[in-house]
Design a binder for this molecule. Structure first.
Ligand code: F42
Length: 143
C-alpha cells in the first residue's frame, strides 16, 4: 500500500484533513463554492496524493482545471494524471472511482471551459494572467 504524502501547501493539506476527516461533511468549500478532492498517484514517488479542486460538474463527470492560480507552469498533479488516469473523486460524502483524460478537442474544451468559468469565475482571470493554456481534464465514472 503506497503512503499518503500531504500537500506541502499548509492550507491545502488542512482542507484535505478536514474534508476527509469529517467524511466529507466539513471543509467542502472554498469561498463558499463546492470543492472536490481528487486522489491521484505521484508520478515519481508512487505516493497517494490528494488534490482539492473546485467542483465543476458535467452530468456525472467532473471537469478538473489545472489553473494553479494562473501560475506560469502546470500544477504537478497534472503530470500525475497524465501518467496514471485512475483517480478517486470525493464529492462531499460520496467517493467515485473515475478515469481522467485531458481535453484536446477545441470544441469540447470550449464547452467545458465555459462550464468551469460559470462554476468558478476566477478561472477566467487566471487564464488571462498567464500565456500557459490552462489544462482541462474530464473525470468520468469507470463503470
Ligand atoms: N488548484 C487548481 O489548479 N485548480 C483548482 O480548481 C483548485 C481548487 C482548490 C480548492 C481548494 C484547495 O484547498 C486547493 C485548490 N487548488 C486548486 C490547489 C490544488 O489543490 C493544488 O494545491 C495546486 O493545484 C498545486 O498542485 P501541485 O500538485 O503542484 O501541488 C504542489 C504544491 C505539491 O503538492 N507538490 C509536492 C511537493 O512535494 O512539492 C509534490 C506533488 C506531487 O504530486 N509530486 C509527484 C509525486 O511523484 O509524488 C511528482 C510530480 C512530478 O511529476 O514532478
Amino acid at each position: 500500500m503506497s503512503e499518503y504524502i500531504a500537500s506541502p501547501t499548509g492550507w491545502v493539506a488542512e482542507q484535505v484533513e478536514l474534508y476527509e476527516g469529517s467524511g466529507g461533511t466539513e471543509g467542502t468549500t472554498l469561498r463558499g463554492l463546492p470543492v472536490i478532492i481528487v486522489t491521484n498517484t505521484g508520478r515519481k514517488t508512487g505516493a497517494i496524493r490528494k488534490t482539492p479542486l473546485m467542483k465543476v460538474a458535467d452530468g456525472t463527470s467532473y471537469v478538473l482545471v489545472g489553473s494553479r492560480g494562473g501560475a506560469p507552469t502546470h500544477p504537478l498533479w497534472y503530470y500525475n494524471l497524465k501518467a496514471d488516469p485512475n483517480v478517486e473523486v470525493r464529492d462531499g460524502t460520496e467517493v467515485y472511482s473515475m478515469r481522467v483524460r485531458e481535453i484536446e478537442d477545441p470544441a469540447e474544451r470550449q464547452r467545458l471551459w465555459g462550464i468551469a468559468v460559470e462554476a468558478f469565475p476566477p478561472y477566467r482571470d487566471y487564464q488571462e494572467k498567464t500565456n500557459r493554456t490552462i489544462p482541462v481534464f474530464i473525470a468520468e465514472l469507470t463503470e
